[in-house]
Ligand binder design. Structure first.
Ligand code: NAD
Ligand code: DAU
Length: 369
């Protein structure tokens, strides 16, 4: 079977491609435009696999999509490609609309045309054509929770950031292509992932990198916001389960049942690396900061038999070890654009990266506001 994986050079996509090539004999076509987070070094170990093909391109490029679908006779699409960082969406929302909404729309149209889907299909709930469009979405489309309760698949969509609004918009388009055209779709909504190859703009790799280098650890607001953490490999097995067994048109929530406050995570990282808590620096809060995410995963567990395999302690231990072992990977991704981003995001919060030792030897300094 030929599977189109979009955004496969990013964090979760690259982990998923490695998982698929290790466990199956499918042909994997990775379409990725290689934005700042897309990195072919995430796939260096499997780049020579005869079942793997990389195409550099934009999911919004319809003529490219037609060629790819035709040439590789694509049967399954797993759409990871997205602008994925909330803070960037607050600084510059437009690209989030372009990629996350319009890009998904182009993929949906191409799949529908190429697979010659009949609208009646949706009534069978089993798609005999053996094709599927799997949209990788996020729990952030549900907005925020108070101190109690969980997001279920029936929770209303109430996104609060331009990022989550763009992901929610894409989800609605995916749903509409099922309802109107009978396109065989599934949507997965996962909680916060962590693990190897995550771009260090996200909390865990950013804090591991800063802790290792004795830099300030910037906590937004009071640090008491809660996220539900899932190891990326558990996300991969969940997507696999949905790809194989998901019922047409259904949404599946995926979560780790690991609710942690941000401050707890940062303290855990400091302790694991034998660093003192004086590195913790409270900074101006994120605009529209969601207070708590927590996922009810009972549907995917009950209906598809999925469950996570990592405990948070084991997953974090392995993850910290991975970043310690792969400092060359880290140095590579934090050169160039990362410096501009860091200055823009954290400079206004009083934390700078003065280039005292060249790109590979950056030392942070905290300045009084
Ligand atoms: P990432 O930013 O690490 O990777 C995104 C990838 O998409 C990059 O390789 C990038 O080059 C590519 N891309 C961006 N725009 C593109 C375009 N127009 N055409 C082709 N490729 C493009 O993101 P991630 O953390 O790996 O997230 C992957 C997906 O999973 C996203 O859709 C995200 O919304 C979703 N998700 C992420 C998390 C998480 O915790 N990271 C949780 C739930 C869902
Ligand atoms: O819930 C799933 C989502 O998780 C995904 O859809 C997104 O793609 C992914 O980026 C992630 O979104 P978050 O906004 O939750 O993740 P982030 O790592 O950016 O932040 C996690 C928490 O840590 C959040 O409450 C903000 C806080 N934070 C983050 C950074 C980068 C800080 O306090 N300081 C920081 O420097």
């Amino acid at each position: 079977m030929n599977i189109l994986i979009t955004g496969g050079a990013g964090f979760i996509g690259s982990n998923f491609i490695r998982y698929m090539l290790t466990n199956y004999n499918h042909k994997i076509i990775n379409l990725d435009c290689l934005n700042y987070a897309g990195n072919l070094k995430n796939l260096r170990d499997i780049a020579g696999d005869s079942n793997y093909h990389f195409i550099k391109g934009d999911i919004g490029n319809r003529s490219l999509l037609n060629t790819v679908f035709q040439e590789f006779e694509i049967r399954v699409v797993v759409n990871f490609a997205a602008e994925s960082h909330v803070d960037r969406s607050i600084e510059d929302p437009e690209i989030f609309g372009k990629t996350n909404i319009m890009g998904t729309l182009a993929l949906l149209d191409t799949a529908r045309q190429f697979w010659k889907i009949h609208p009646q299909n949706k009534f069978s709930r089993e798609f005999k054509e053996n094709v599927k469009f799997l949209q990788v979405s996020t729990d952030e489309v549900y907005g925020t929770l108070g101190t109690e309760g969980y997001f279920t698949e029936k929770t209303n969509l109430a996104p609060n950031s331009p990022y989550s609004a763009s992901k929610a918009s894409a989800d609605l388009l995916v749903r509409a292509y099922f309802e109107t055209f009978g396109l065989p779709v599934n949507i997965t909504r996962c909680s916060n992932n962590y693990g190897p190859y995550q771009f260090p703009e996200k909390l865990i790799p950013l804090m591991i990198n800063n802790a290792m280098k004795n830099r300030a650890m910037p906590i937004y607001g009071d640090g008491k916001q809660v996220r539900d953490w899932l190891h990326v490999k558990d996300h991969c097995t969940a997507i696999d389960a949905v790809m194989q067994k998901g019922i047409g048109g259904e949404v599946y929530n995926i979560g780790g049942n690991n609710e942690k406050q941000n401050i707890e995570i940062v303290k855990l990282i400091l302790k694991a690396l034998n660093r003192g808590e004086d590195q913790i620096t409270y900074v101006t809060d994120r605009l529209g900061h969601d207070k708590r995410y927590a996922i009810d995963s009972s549907k995917i567990k009950k209906e598809l038999g999925w469950s996570p395999s990592y405990t948070f302690e084991q997953g974090m231990k392995e993850t910290i070890e991975w970043y310690l072992k792969n400092q060359e990977w880290m140095e590579d991704v934090i050169s160039g654009e990362y410096i501009r981003y860091y200055d823009q995001m954290y400079g206004e919060r009083g934390i700078f990266l003065p280039m005292t030792q060249g790109v590979n030897g950056l030392e942070a300094e905290v300045f009084d506001k």
